[in-house]
Design a protein around this ligand. Sequence first.
Ligand code: BDR
Ligand code: CA
Length: 341
Amino acid sequence: MTSFLLDVDTGIDDALALVYLSALPETEFVSVTATPGNVDADQVARNTLAILELCGRPGIEVAIGARAPLHIPLVTTPETHGPQGLGYAELPDPQGSLSEHDAVDLWVAHARARPGELTALITAPLTNFALALRREPALPELLAGVVIMGGSFYHQGNTTPTAEWNTHVDPHAAKEVFAAYRGRAVDKLPVVCSLDTTERIEMHPEHVRLLAEAAGLALPEHVDGDQPEGQRSTADNALIRQLSDALRFYFEFHRHYDQGYLAHVHDYFAAGVAAGTLSVETRLATVDVETESALLMGTTVADFRGLWAQPPNARIVSVNHPDAAFQELISAVGALAVTLG
Ligand code: BDR
Ligand code: CA
């Protein structure tokens, strides 16, 4: 069993991460917290509750913490994830309501209550996590491990030429988090899934077709780049239909940026790393984040060679396996879709 503290900014690929983790029988969601990023915090929370309910996981505590980055105004990205954050998917309003607790309080309370038991996964800007580390500096030791989706090292950015989205939204939080990890034991350092390897996790229309097949759908799920933009799925399985509608938007977004009719599903990959179902190799590095320069704001820099003479504070994923990642996604989520009907 993996017991998760999750922080998300749901988001199409965050949604895929939540669906995937819901599909694993050995997942316990201890708390899922919302950081503003792809959409504002209230919309993140609504999307998260709705996705968990769609996946047959009602009643999970979903909470809001920060409503803006630490030092700069919030910028959201409707062009990437749609105005509501889930592309063309239109989920029913969630039955459950938002927790009355503050996200940062929950992280600290849960980590203290179950030392060494909880795995943290953050697929959002690091705002809430930075605040939790301020409140409880022993958080790295209290957690079983931490996986972060963010950063772009020797790879171009997806928000500016050098910066990745999550880090660009709240560069000060990211800088604080990496500073807080300097000098910690190697096995407690965050595993960082940066664009260097998450952009290899390219989801294609064929994967959606295979997913529908694994879900036992009577008719093939036909998604391709020749269809008019905005065309919706007619799949008779709600989970597959909603995922297909979300992904259609994400494919179109990537095509608008000349990357082809495909989608980088960063957060799903980070979820698989956190769940231990996707194997990776990592490299120790000292990471820092630029917060002063207008040109390089949010750029993450990794020192792999000790040139700064600073102790390592991150384990950056250096090798991953996209084919295995999609086989795993299709088989786990296909089986969940069969169960949900
Ligand atoms: C990250 O940015 C967000 O838009 C995605 O959800 C992912 O977490 C990729 O840069
Ligand atoms: Ca995200």
